[in-house]
Ligand binder design. Structure first.
Ligand code: SAH
Length: 249
């Protein structure tokens, strides 16, 4: 099985496919002030199985398009939307976030939890801006160094994983120099990583390995996740997801 098939297999039963939490999605909504507006048109990029999509649709008067590159995730978004009676507000679309089939200035808000890194933060911020109406909101969570001082082992690991690792102030600078003003920022609390993401994923490891007959590729994926968790246990004070809420000027 190809590597990405295995990753989908590991993550498809997850409530989230990255660190986050419903109350943190809610907090970002409050900071965006979108709840004061009506009939919003929203795009959720890299929606996974739809954790943020469902919170947005529940709390806002909106029409959401949730996109991802994997059918398996989008099917789950559809199921969840139905379960919650939100199917009239949510449509899913398989497409890539760096080649969007939408009109310029179509959206009041573009949401992306743990997803914009797939196209790179700087490129993503300026590309997505075109699809926002004036004063539209970009709300994204993004890997961030919480301090300019950090342990070498951690720095080597994450710089290798993601070339755009940078501090909060550097990320804010990218947003400001791309024509956004900052409406809010907060770092995701540790429970969004540990409880909501890593512990939930760890509970799926045994079934995942069994389904994939303990293949070397499956074992390598579990080993890499465990290494990431070890670093997180030890060093989570120094890095994590920053949630950036920015308005297009
Ligand atoms: N927002 C979800 C998922 C985060 S994981 C959550 O917070 O739970 C990142 C998601 O981005 C995955 O679902 C992955 O399939 C999707 N993805 C990866 N590359 C993408 C691309 N180029 N375009 C759209 N989605 C992409």
């Amino acid at each position: 099985m190809e590597d990405y098939r295995l990753l989908v297999d590991l993550h498809r039963d997850g409530y989230r496919q990255g660190p986050g939490g419903d109350s943190e999605t809610e907090l970002a909504i409050r900071l965006s002030r979108l709840d004061e507006k009506e009939k919003l048109r929203i795009l959720d990029i890299g929606c996974g199985t739809g954790a943020s999509t469902i919170v947005l649709a529940s709390l806002l008067d909106c029409q959401i398009t949730a996109i991802d590159i994997f059918d398996e995730f989008l099917t789950e978004v559809g199921h969840r939307a139905k379960e919650k009676g939100l199917e009239n507000q949510i449509e899913t679309l398989k497409c890539t976030m760096d080649d969007l089939p939408f009109a310029i200035e179509e959206f009041d808000a573009i949401w992306g939890e743990g997803a914009i890194y797939n196209m790179g933060f700087s490129k993503g911020v300026s590309y997505l801006r075109d699809f926002l109406k004036p004063e539209g909101i970009l709300a994204v969570s993004e890997m961030t160094w919480f301090s300019s001082k950090r342990p070498k082992e951690l720095e080597v690991h994450w710089n290798e994983e993601y070339s755009e690792m940078a501090t909060t102030s550097a990320k804010i600078k990218v947003l400001e120099s791309s024509g956004f003003s900052i409406q809010g920022y907060f770092p995701l609390p540790n429970k969004c990583w540990k409880k909501n993401y890593y512990d939930a994923m760890s509970a799926r490891f045994d079934d995942f390995l069994m389904r994939n007959e303990d293949s070397e590729d499956a074992k390598a994926i579990v080993a890499a996740e465990k290494q990431e968790m070890r670093l997180h246990d030890q060093y989570h004070r120094f890095y994590g997801y920053g949630f950036y809420i920015a308005k297009k000027l």
